[in-house]
Design a protein around this ligand. Structure first.
Ligand code: SF4
Length: 476
């Protein structure tokens, strides 16, 4: 879902904003709300702003959602008040200026004898067209727009949820991984490009849908397969089947799921994310060798790449930055000055380790650069004699329209600076980014299964012209 209604112009964070987490479960005798709670717990990294669960007892859908972390939103009494064996859940990512209860999910609509609840990960790119086609709607986010469009189809054409989705889904463009439910049916959807992940598992006689395999692991569920791009999987108490309502499908998974978003213990395209990140570090060490004394990761996202870098370079790996695990991700705070203070609260350099050393600092990505600049400053203050920055992905140069909160392109450090200029801005002795070919090679997947638009400018779909800054046609 997008963060500010129908816009990507919100001030950008210093790292890519998370994608949301979606979850769904159905099965005989399953305590669906409690299972969803644990599933969302495993998907907390994908969104810390709000959490919600919709559950059905076969007759009524009950929704409970609020701002905050999963463990803050739910407790024993709230879970006890959510009876049923069918549920969908959502963790919403945090974005500047958007922490409103109204934006929390699942989105719920009740009409006649029907009710639906929808959880969305992604961002539609044709909301203006949809609004023009559908006429006046009360929706203020793309997720609400989808829900209203589905509900309207069910109500006016008297269709089932499945038939309504099969009719309306092809009119949506952009990124939309969904878990949707009515009183008796759970449906999982990936858009025809499969920008965002969704996997299927079994739990006893029941079925589970989750953004990442780690959520299956935490439940003790068995991984079955990834939902295919363009697939709509329909599950009720009678069984499971799939439809493919889109005319053209082609996998273009967000490459940043491998770089940063997904949990290291999740699997994507059959590969464990952690091992691909280590391989990124190995390839980076071969591509951009340096003479230095210690390899220091930016915790936690830079750790596997730093391990791989140290392994190949022979430069010893050491923890030179201590992370306060109880401070949320730095972009949660709404104002820039608070974000910068947040970095200091979150990470501290250990002078006893850094002092007098030539440091290779390894991180996964740079978006705006303000956090990185502060980290380099911390290294200098701690006594580093040299600071060499190694980034396990290419320069982040273009805005994302598929559900990442990167904000306006002009705020991206690499959008209008050369690599040498970036080194000067950040105050490092050298800098190197992993080349795109190597990044893809580290995943073990073919080149053509990824979206790399923010790194390459090759957008897999038409994207909206935002403030006249940016308009690209589809690329194959
Ligand atoms: S533009 Fe970048 S962040 Fe957005 S979906 Fe594509 S690869 Fe992912």
């Amino acid at each position: 879902m997008n963060c500010e209604p129908f816009t990507v112009n919100a001030p950008s964070p210093d790292r890519p904003g998370e994608s949301c987490g979606v979850f769904g479960i159905i099965g005989p005798d399953i305590d669906a709300a409690r299972m969803t709670y644990f599933g969302l717990f495993a998907l907390q990294h994908r969104g810390q702003e709000s959490a919600g669960i919709a559950v059905s007892d076969g007759r009524d859908i009950t929704v409970y959602k609020d701002l905050g972390l999963v463990a803050q939103v739910f407790n024993e009494p709230t879970l006890a008040g959510l009876p049923g064996d069918l549920a969908v859940g959502h963790t919403r990512y945090s974005t500047t200026g958007s922490n409103r209860w109204e934006n929390s999910q699942p989105v719920f609509r009740h009409f006649g004898n029907n009710a639906i609840a929808l959880a969305h990960n992604g961002n539609l790119t044709n909301t203006s067209d949809l609004l023009a086609r559908l006429g006046p709607l009360t929706a203020t986010t793309d997720s609400e727009l989808m829900t209203e469009a589905i509900a309207r189809e069910m109500e006016n054409a008297e269709l089932t949820l499945e038939d309504s989705l099969a009719t309306i889904l092809p009119t949506f463009e952009g990124a939309f991984t969904l878990t949707v439910m009515d009183q008796t049916t759970l449906i999982g959807v990936r858009d025809p490009r499969g920008f965002r992940p969704l996997c299927l598992g079994t739990l006893g006689d029941g079925w589970v849908l989750a953004s990442e395999t780690a959520a299956l692991d935490i439940l003790g569920a068995t991984f079955v397969r990834e939902i295919a791009p363009g697939e709509m999987v329909v599950i009720d108490h009678q069984g499971i089947h799939s439809q493919f309502p889109f005319a053209d499908t082609h996998q273009q998974l967000c490459i940043f799921e491998f770089v940063y978003f997904a949990r290291p213990d999740s699997k994507l395209l059959g590969e464990t994310v952690h091992s691909t990140r280590q391989e990124m570090g190995r390839l980076l060490a071969r591509q951009a060798p340096i003479d230095a004394d210690i390899t220091v990761p930016v915790p936690e996202s830079g750790i596997p790449a730093a391990q791989g870098f140290a392994e190949v370079s022979g430069i010893p790996y050491t923890d030179g930055l201590v992370k306060n695990r109880y401070v949320g991700r730095t972009f949660i705070q709404p104002a820039q000055e608070m974000r910068e203070r947040g970095v200091r609260m979150k990470l501290n350099a250990m002078a006893g380790i850094i002092g007098g050393q030539r440091v290779v600092l390894v991180d996964d990505s740079i978006v705006r650069g303000s956090t990185t600049r502060q980290l380099v400053g911390m290294m200098r203050e701690a006594g580093a004699t040299e600071v060499h920055l190694r980034i396990s992905s290419p320069p982040y140069r273009w805005a994302c329209y598929y559900g990442m909160d990167t904000g306006d392109r002009s705020t991206l450090l690499a959008s209008d600076h050369t690599v040498d200029e970036i080194a000067a801005i950040l105050g490092v002795d050298s800098i190197a980014y992993l080349e795109l070919d190597s990044l893809i090679r580290a995943t073990g997947a073919p080149t053509n299964v990824f979206c790399t638009a923010c790194l390459s400018g090759d957008y897999p779909t038409s994207v909206p012209d935002v403030g006249g800054k940016f308009l690209l046609e589809s690329s194959p």
